[in-house]
Design a protein around this ligand. Structure first.
Ligand SMILES: *Cc1c(COP(=O)(O)O)cnc(C)c1O
Length: 473
């Protein structure tokens, strides 16, 4: 203390002691509500910050009431859930950053049912002995894909890793140069192959790969042939790729498996719902694939998971790889997946019950009618700060599914009345205000407007109900 100058020394001594602070009535109530440790931690942090400000000669409020309310705010912020529901009005239905597929009610109920207590996750109730957690979904995956067997891991990236590590560790896998994709995040096929312990043999060129390229790449070290669905881009123009049946035949002639990373991997014919055709898992297996991997939370509409369907002997090898233990899913995911797959049993009700399909096939007229209902209320909430218009727009499926296909939709387009302030800044302030709502609203800025694509808005009342809290700064 002696090295502090007299003025600062005096300021430090103005700070109330921790004991005195904790006797303050507001903090006494907080202590009773949230327990001692959290309040103590936040009080110490606040006092520490105050001392630092004083040492640095910054302005500092040492009043006990101000301090108490800042500590209350800290405790509130620490207890606030950071993971929370949002309105996805970005126009991308399966948005990876926004958690991809919204789950069906049946899946949510199933998750809640197993979350609370013990379950028969790995217990065979019939025989009264240890079971396999995959048993809860394997039969249904087989029914829906025509596969002999199936297994489940944490996500499709894990599925690809497990397939490659099990079948091709220390050996070679030829892959077309047109399929050496990056999915986003850090999923790059060459990187995953290296991590799986196998050597990538690049064949063909970016735009054209022929069967003879694969034939020429076969060696005694080849372990499998692999095809990767180029999910998030398309190669157009002078292109050629080798058909699944040809790759399967070549692999089988050498006694090797042919594996396919299908990415989105639909279980049903999307074209029958008026959507662009996406190769189904069943079709890929029928064309000769020995293993097909796909995501649980893309077009399938379930929880995050990686599903692998195919030949029983290969699935059994995957299951006995110790890596499977490290990549397995928990009981909550398993319950959601099991309930989601069962919805596919009834094609007549699937579209209504599975939110992903319901949203993807939502009629534009219905979306426009909603825009017309919501537009005036939004205009009212914004007053003279912005103009609300109703505009046709185009959204996308997202998560690399059918990347070049767009989905016609309708958006509320908000154009700030900027006056002398620039549009860019005004748009950012608008977007920030919508993100600060109790259920944050996420849209897309395009041109001079903030667009809310309404395709994914189902709870109109909740959306409208929070508009009075909108504060544009
Ligand atoms: C999305 C995708 C992956 C990664 O799947 P996750 O479930 O996100 O791990 C891998 N391969 C392809 C072709 C994909 O489209």
């Amino acid at each position: 203390m002696s090295i502090l100058d007299p003025k600062q020394d005096k300021d430090q001594s103005d700070i109330p002691s921790l004991d005195r602070l904790l006797r303050q009535p507001g903090l006494q109530q907080l202590l009773a509500r949230t327990g001692r440790q959290l309040v103590l931690d936040e009080a110490r942090a606040e006092l520490g910050q105050l001392r630092q400000h004083i040492r640095q000669g910054k302005s500092a409020d040492t009043g006990i009431n101000g301090l108490a309310s800042r500590i209350e705010a800290r405790v509130g912020a620490a207890l606030q859930m950071s993971l929370q529901p949002v309105f996805n009005l970005t126009g991308t239905i399966l948005h990876t950053n926004l958690g991809r597929a919204p789950l069906a009610e049946e899946a949510i109920t199933a998750m809640a049912a197993v979350a609370r207590g013990a379950t028969n996750l790995e217990f065979d109730l019939g025989r009264g002995r240890r079971g396999d957690r995959d048993d809860h979904v394997e039969d249904w995956l087989c029914r829906l894909t025509g596969a002999e067997a199936a297994t489940v891991v944490n996500n499709n990236a894990a599925a690809v890793l497990l397939m490659l590590n099990t079948l091709a560790n220390r050996r070679e896998v030829p892959v077309s140069r047109g399929e050496l994709i990056e999915i986003g995040g850090a999923f790059r096929i060459p990187e995953i192959m290296r991590r799986a312990g196998c050597r990538l043999v690049e064949v063909g060129t970016t735009n054209r790969t022929h069967l003879k390229d694969f034939t020429g790449a076969m060696s005694p070290r080849t372990a499998a042939l692999m095809k990767v669905h180029t999910s998030n881009y398309v190669v157009q123009g002078f292109t050629a790729e080798v058909a699944d049946t040809d790759l399967a035949t070549l692999a089988h002639q050498h006694g090797l498996p042919y594996i396919v990373d299908l990415g989105s991997g639909s279980l049903i014919d999307m074209a029958a719902l008026g959507l662009p055709h996406e190769t189904t898992v069943r079709e890929t297996l029928a064309q000769g694939a020995d293993l097909v991997s796909f995501s649980g939370d893309k077009l399938l509409g379930g929880p995050q998971a990686g599903l692998i369907a195919g030949r029983a002997d290969l699935i059994s090898k995957l299951k006995s790889n110790p890596m499977k233990r490290a990549l397995r899913v928990d009981k909550v995911t398993m319950a959601a997946l099991a309930a989601t797959l069962r919805l596919y049993a009834q094609p007549e009700t699937l579209q209504a019950k599975l939110p992903t399909l319901r949203l993807l096939t939502r009629p534009v007229d219905e979306i426009r009618a909603m825009a017309e209902r919501l537009g005036p209320a939004l205009q009212n909430a914004l007053g003279d700060q912005a103009q609300v218009g109703i505009q046709p727009c185009s959204g996308q499926i997202g998560s690399g599914s059918l990347p070049v296909e767009s989905l016609d939709s309708v958006a509320l387009a908000i154009t700030p009345n900027t006056g002398r302030r620039g549009t860019g800044g005004a748009l950012k302030r608008l977007a920030t205000a919508f993100r600060a709502l109790p259920i944050p609203v996420l849209g897309r800025i395009g041109g001079d407007a903030l667009h809310f694509d309404l395709r994914c808005l189902e709870d109109e009342a909740a959306w409208l109900g929070q508009l009075p809290e909108l504060r544009v700064k």
